[in-house]
Design a protein around this ligand. Sequence first.
Ligand SMILES: [Zn+2]
Length: 123
Amino acid sequence: MRKPTTKKQFEYFRSCCEKAAKRYGLSNWVINYRHSNLKEEGYIADTEWNSTSMEAYIRLNKGVDEEELVDNELLKEAAIHEVRHILLGQINDLLENYYADEFIDPIIHDLIQRLENANRYIK
Ligand SMILES: [Zn+2]
């Protein structure tokens, strides 16, 4: 079963994305936001980007698993995660010239995890 995310949650998610993008200095990107039903039901959010046109779409899933606790903490973490995909977007795309997606995804998520760990321990 799925439950909806609210417009208010989307607005909070979006504001977190905007703050994270500013913090990472991603002003050279045009970042668009959507509140839509994602094909991948298990995901709270996803991001598509084009590192040639420097344009990205961050989407918050309109429907999430019923058991998923969608609080501000989760929305903030998801927002920062998605913005980090844009931060690493160009490297991701370069890697795509040489490797299959299944090899790139773990590398990118490892980097995202390391950024998160560093944030957690540096006060
Ligand atoms: Zn990810």
